[in-house]
Design a protein around this ligand. Sequence first.
Ligand SMILES: Cc1cc2nc3c(=O)[nH]c(=O)nc-3n(C[C@H](O)[C@H](O)[C@H](O)COP(=O)(O)OP(=O)(O)OC[C@H]3O[C@@H](n4cnc5c(N)ncnc54)[C@H](O)[C@@H]3O)c2cc1C
Length: 425
Amino acid sequence: MAEVLVLGGGVAGISAAWHARQAGREAVIFEAKERYGGLLDHFHRSGFRFDNAVHFAFSKNEPYSALLAKADLITHRPEPYNYEQGRWLKHPVQNNLYPLPVEEKVEAIRSFIERPERGEDPDYRRWLYEQFGEVIAERYPVRYTEKYWTVPAERLSTVWIGNRLYRPSLEEVLFGAMTDRTPLTYYLPELFYPRRGGFRAILDPLIDDLDLRTGKEAVLIDPARGFVECRDGTREYYEHLVSSVPLPEAAVMVEGAPGKVKEAAGSLWATSIALVSLGLKVPRAGDHLWFYIYDSDMLPARVHAPYRKSPDNVPEGCSSLQFETYFSRHRPLPLSEEALIEHVVGAAEKMGLLTVADVAVSDCRILPYGNVVFEKGMTAKRRLVLDFLKEQGILPVGRFGEWDYLWTDQSFLSGKKVENLFRML
Ligand SMILES: Cc1cc2nc3c(=O)[nH]c(=O)nc-3n(C[C@H](O)[C@H](O)[C@H](O)COP(=O)(O)OP(=O)(O)OC[C@H]3O[C@@H](n4cnc5c(N)ncnc54)[C@H](O)[C@@H]3O)c2cc1C
């Protein structure tokens, strides 16, 4: 019997097991895949390393900062860009309109000044109008929402926004329309990335003594008898159960879950990501660490340069790019993986990032869980499912376990909640 059984070997599950051990408990992790790390993991293609999408470390919370302090990190200044029809605008666009034609800037500023009053409980589209005015909102974040969240902005609530979107003053909008010498207004002052080993290397100090069992996909939870069953037939009894399995899957895994819980779980959905990774036999690919694409005829929403995160990610003299295309049950991926690679190479060429002859390796793979989508009314359904798991004595942790928009540091902290199980005794 496991004193603490943790489902999922991503950062949340590893944090839970590590904190359990710190509290003197024996913990076992069941990870479905053959490797640990979850979204923090990476893969190799012919000497190129690619993370699972763009990943940087940043944190103000203490236990995670202490973890980062143990790693050898490269510091990056966050200076993302935005690509729109051949133009490159600094990020965030709302206070960096400088490259636009004068008439378009005037129109955007007029609309910013005339933006509507704050309404009560606005949907995301209305909220964007209130912050930036209709012209900027429609041209940038509303369009980006369709690509990134895969549904129109009016279907989303605003509970997830936090400090993610910069809200400039009129002076900042005017300044950024007149000059490109604007200050950094990204919501984080600096970003960190491991010098060696890819992003997953930040977990290195945690894993040495953990009892991590890979290839163990949980398929059934029986809280009444206190065991978990895996696809390979393994049955493990537990005293405490922690789950970082995506909430909609965890809920239906529970033996005897009522219909209303299954129904609520079925209504929760996340975006998926088709990752196209290109290894290039030239030392440079574009000018940016990462950028966003607004054009609707280009499928990817975000691109980053793994070789700029760390030179350790590429063979000497080479560079690399990775493109994120989002899709979901509401907007399926319109191309096969092979056709998507071709589309991405074409788009990259159009943006002036590479020529076809530069491409040494290409890879396309799917991340089934990208971002939890905050449709209006989602949080009530999530509450119902979370309460059910709590009643069954299951502690949900992590980005998909808690079904929230959590960064790595927050997922790490989420795993630390395992300590509460022991405090209650
Ligand atoms: C595109 C993108 C970019 C991001 N960029 C950043 C960034 O720059 N900085 C940052 O701090 N954070 C970033 N994040 C967030 C970060 O990736 C997450 O917060 C974190 O990885 C979540 O960890 P987790 O352990 O909760 O989930 P996961 O990493 O998803 O781990 C869950 C694990 O559970 C396993 N599992 C699933 N089902 C079962 C089962 N039935 N049985 C056993 N195991 C199972 C999975 O295989 C997986 O390994 C980003 C996320 C995305 C999607």
